[in-house]
Design a protein around this ligand. Structure first.
Ligand code: GDP
Length: 296
């Protein structure tokens, strides 16, 4: 179910409940079941959806609500809060500061949009007056360095990489050192991916992280991966200290559910979303406006 449909389904469920003359247990259950169905169809993990339903029922105790209470409002608010809670891990991620050197390491599977997102992230900050730089520590995929080089050149962002060197740790360390010397304030390390989760990839991530000591590890996830989102995000979190998530390909047929699951798996917030292939198709992610928009 695409994001707009998810929002439509949830709004409809709330509307139907609002139209009922009396809000009793059955009306509330019908509404919650409808929302549950919509969330599951959008690939939100089953456990998250079940927890949400339990929480809402705990908050909205119809027996305890005196006749004067506006039950509709209370239920609507509870649904809104629970959706926000699913997307908010409760603590903000590390935020780099302009003028102070930060190293940000990007991790994610091949095809997730990692390299594209590195440049978007750099470009976003450059427009705000930062001095970003890109390091290509992806020695696994042929053409990765060329892709980063092309993107970086287009955006006039300094970059570092090698056609010859096969050790990603060495390149990452060299790149970070060089850009520290050049007083760049946002040193972005693009790393290798694999088509699927494999031990070799996670070992490599551990080594690059150990050697470059990033201030922030950003996990990049394709929004269309469906129910696999939770496991994938958790696997990365277990290898490196993922501090925030960027969800890509939120344009077109994007499902919202993956983002909710990634937050739960990494206990980290989504900070940006990718909304297209171009450099500026990149948005800051804010929980409340996102949920408000979802609920129409
Ligand atoms: P990597 O293997 O993870 O480094 O992935 P790439 O950066 O090479 O991206 C894989 C494909 O996804 C490319 O064709 C990108 O143009 C595309 N892509 C990346 N982000 C987005 C996005 O937000 N929306 C859309 N529609 N495509 C994207």
């Amino acid at each position: 179910m695409v994001l707009a449909q998810l929002g439509g389904s949830i709004s409809r469920a709330i509307q139907q409940m609002s139209n009922a003359t009396i809000i009793d247990e059955k009306v509330l259950n019908d509404c919650l079941n409808e929302i549950t169905r919509a969330l599951l169809q959008s690939d939100v993990q089953f456990k998250l959806v079940r927890d949400m339903q339990t929480n809402i029922k705990k908050i909205v105790n119809l027996d305890d609500l005196a006749a004067g209470h506006n039950k509709r409002k209370i239920i609507q608010q509870a649904i809104f809060n629970e959706l926000c809670k699913m997307l908010d891990p409760g603590k903000p991620s590390f935020t780099p500061k302009k003028g102070k050197t930060s190293v940000v390491m990007f991790v994610g599977l091949q095809g997730s949009g990692k390299t594209t997102t590195c440049t978007k992230y750099a470009y976003y900050h450059q427009k705000k007056g930062w001095k970003p730089a890109l390091v290509c520590a992806d020695t696994f995929r042929a053409g990765a360095f060329d892709q980063l080089k092309q993107n970086a050149t287009k955006a006039k962002i300094p970059f570092y990489g090698s056609y010859m060197e096969s050790d990603p740790v060495k390149i990452a360390v060299e790149g970070v050192e060089r850009f520290k010397k050049e007083n760049c304030d946002l040193i972005i390390v693009d790393t290798s991916g694999r088509h699927k989760q494999e031990a070799a990839l996670f070992e490599e991530m551990r080594q690059v992280s150990e050697a470059t000591k990033p201030d922030l590890v950003l996990f990049v996830m394709d929004s269309s991966i469906g129910q696999a989102a939770f496991d994938q995000a958790q696997a990365f979190k277990q290898s490196v200290a993922v501090g925030a998530v960027i969800v890509t390909k939120m344009d077109g047929h994007a499902k919202g559910g993956g983002a909710l699951s990634a937050v739960a798996a990494t206990k980290s917030p989504v900070i940006f979303i990718g909304t297209g292939e171009h450099m500026d198709e990149f948005e800051v992610f804010d929980v409340k406006p996102f949920v408000s928009r979802l609920l129409g």
